[in-house]
Design a protein around this ligand. Structure first.
Ligand code: SF4
Ligand code: SF4
Length: 456
C-alpha cells in the first residue's frame, strides 16, 4: 500500500541580505504604502479611491465610473494580463517573487516572526522545545501582532468599498453593518491564514499561475539558475584549499541556498515550478562566494541559453528583445494607449432614451401628433450640470416638455419627455430620430437614437 498523502513540513526560511532582498523590501514598502494609504486620501469632498457598490459608482481620483464603464475595467484587466505575460517572458516569476500579495504578506509576517522568535535556528529550537512560559509568551506575542495586522488589513480592504473615515466612526460607535464586519473578518482571516500558516503552500498547491508559467517561459527567459558547470563537483573545503587539486567546483555545499528558500527547494536541482524567483538563494550564495574570495553569481539570474552557451550579459540583453517580446510589447502599448485615449475622450455624462411603451402616439388638443419618451441622464462629473435637450430627424419635430434639466453631481435623473410633429406632416410608420443632449458650458455632447411612431 503506497500512501499518496505526504504531511507538509514546516519551512523556516533563514533571513538573507543582498540586492534582491533589498528590492523585495522596496516592493513590500511600496505596495503596502499604496494599499494602506490610498483609502485615506481625499479628493475634494470624497474619498479619492472608492468602489461604492451600493450606488454602483467607482471613484478613482477625478474619475467617476458607472456600470456602463465596465469596458474600462475589462481593459485594465487585459492590460494586467498582458503585462504579466510580458514580464514573465522577460524575467520569469517577477510578480511572484516581488509583488504578489501572498509573497508580500508572507514576508511581513515572517519578519514579525523573526523579530519575536529569532532567526531560523532559534525558531526551530523554540518549536521543538517543550511547553514553557517563554514559549507561551513568544507565541502569544507573535499571534497578537499577526491578528492586529490582519484585522487592520481587512479593515483597509473594506475601506475601499465603504468610506474608511465613516467606517472608523461606525467601528467606535459599534454601528458597523453585518456585511462590513463579515468582510473585515473574512479578509483578516484569509490574511492571517495565508501569510501566517499556509505561506509557500498557497504558491505550490493553490496558485494557478505556477502551473501555467512554463507556457510563457522560453530559453531566453531570465530565471534564477545554478551554474552547475561551475559549481560541481560540490563539496566542503577550507578557504585556503586548492580547489583544482581537490577537483571541486565552486559550490561548498553549505545548503544556505536551501535554508533561505521560502518554498524550501534546492535550486541546484534545476528549475522547479515551486521556485517563485525571489532571488534569496542568489543573494545568500553571493555572500558565501564573497567570503571564499570566489566570483559572485554561482546562483544568479540568467537564461537557459546563456548557461548552455556561456553567453555574456550583453548577449543576454541582446536576446531580450526577441520577436515574442516585441509582439507582447506592441500589443501592450496599443491596448494601453487605446484605453487611455478612450478614457480621455469619454463624455462625463451618459444618456439613455426609451420610448414610453405605456403611452401610444396620440393626437394632442392642439392637433399635433405626440410621442412620449423616458430619458435618463447620468451626470458622471462632480459638479451640478445643466443639460439642453433637442431632437432632430423629422420636419418640425420639437420637444414640448422642458428642454433644460439640471442633474446633481454623480447622480442620474429620469425625465419624461414629449415630442410632437404637426399632424399629417409625416407618413405613417416608424421614423428614425435623434435626441441631442448638450452639457451647457462645456463642449460635451451626446446623440441618442430613437424612433417616432406615426400611426396609420
Ligand atoms: S549557497 Fe551557493 S555554495 Fe552554498 S550550497 Fe547553495 S549553491 Fe552551493
Ligand atoms: S529557489 Fe531561490 S529564487 Fe527560487 S524560491 Fe527558492 S530562494 Fe527563491
Amino acid at each position: 500500500m503506497v500512501s499518496l498523502y505526504a504531511a507538509s513540513k514546516k519551512i523556516y526560511p533563514r533571513s538573507v541580505e543582498g540586492i534582491f532582498a533589498y528590492w523585495r523590501w522596496i516592493f513590500v514598502v511600496l505596495t503596502q504604502l499604496v494599499f494602506y494609504g490610498l483609502p485615506w486620501f481625499e479628493w475634494g469632498t470624497r474619498q479619492a479611491v472608492l468602489f461604492d457598490l451600493a450606488s454602483r459608482r467607482f471613484y478613482i481620483f477625478g474619475l467617476v465610473l458607472y456600470p456602463q464603464d465596465f469596458i474600462y475595467l475589462t481593459g485594465l484587466l487585459v492590460i494586467s494580463a498582458l503585462a504579466l505575460f510580458l514580464f514573465t517572458a522577460v524575467a520569469g516569476r517577477l510578480w511572484c517573487g516581488y509583488a504578489c500579495p501572498q509573497t508580500v504578506y508572507s514576508e511581513i509576517f515572517l519578519w514579525i516572526e523573526r523579530k519575536v522568535e529569532g532567526d531560523r535556528s532559534a525558531r526551530m529550537r523554540l518549536d521543538d522545545a517543550a511547553f514553557s512560559l517563554e514559549k507561551l509568551v513568544k507565541k502569544c506575542y507573535k499571534h497578537i501582532i499577526w491578528i492586529f495586522l490582519s484585522v487592520w488589513t481587512g479593515f483597509t480592504f473594506v475601506g475601499y468599498f465603504t468610506p474608511i473615515r465613516e467606517l472608523v466612526m461606525e467601528f467606535f460607535l459599534t454601528q458597523m453593518t453585518a456585511w462590513e464586519l463579515f468582510w473585515v473578518f473574512f479578509y483578516a482571516f484569509a490574511t492571517y491564514g495565508n501569510a501566517g500558516f499556509m505561506r509557500e503552500q498557497i504558491c505550490i498547491y493553490m496558485c494557478p499561475y505556477a502551473r501555467f508559467q512554463s507556457a510563457m517561459f522560453d530559453n531566453d527567459t531570465l530565471i534564477v539558475t545554478y551554474d552547475a558547470e561551475r559549481g560541481e563537483p560540490r563539496g566542503p573545503r577550507s578557504k585556503s584549499a586548492d580547489v583544482a587539486a581537490l577537483n571541486l567546483g565552486s559550490c561548498v555545499d553549505c545548503t544556505l541556498c536551501v535554508q533561505v528558500c521560502p518554498t524550501g527547494i534546492d535550486i541546484r536541482d534545476g528549475l522547479q515550478y515551486e521556485c517563485i524567483g525571489c532571488g534569496a538563494c542568489a543573494d545568500v550564495c553571493d555572500t558565501v562566494m564573497d567570503k571564499l574570495g570566489y566570483a559572485k553569481g554561482l546562483v544568479r539570474y540568467s537564461t537557459q541559453n546563456a548557461i548552455d552557451n556561456k553567453w555574456t550579459s550583453a548577449q543576454i540583453w541582446e536576446r531580450l528583445m526577441r520577436p515574442r517580446i516585441q509582439i507582447y510589447t506592441m500589443i501592450l502599448v496599443a491596448v494601453t494607449v487605446g484605453l487611455f485615449v478612450s478614457m480621455g475622450m469619454r463624455t462625463p455624462f451618459k444618456v439613455d432614451v426609451e420610448r414610453d411603451r405605456s403611452t401610444l402616439s396620440r393626437i394632442t388638443e392642439s392637433g399635433t401628433l405626440e410621442n412620449v419618451y423616458r430619458l435618463q441622464v447620468m451626470n458622471a462629473s462632480e459638479a451640478e450640470q445643466t443639460y439642453r435637450l433637442a431632437v432632430k430627424g423629422l420636419p418640425n419635430l420639437r420637444i414640448t416638455t422642458e428642454t433644460e434639466i439640471k442633474v446633481v453631481p454623480a447622480q442620474s435623473r429620469w425625465v419624461v419627455l414629449s415630442a410632437d410633429i404637426p399632424y399629417g406632416s409625416s407618413p405613417s410608420g416608424s421614423h428614425k430620430i435623434e435626441f441631442h443632449i448638450e452639457a451647457l458650458g462645456t463642449n460635451d455632447f451626446v446623440a441618442e437614437k430613437s424612433v417616432f411612431i406615426v400611426p396609420r
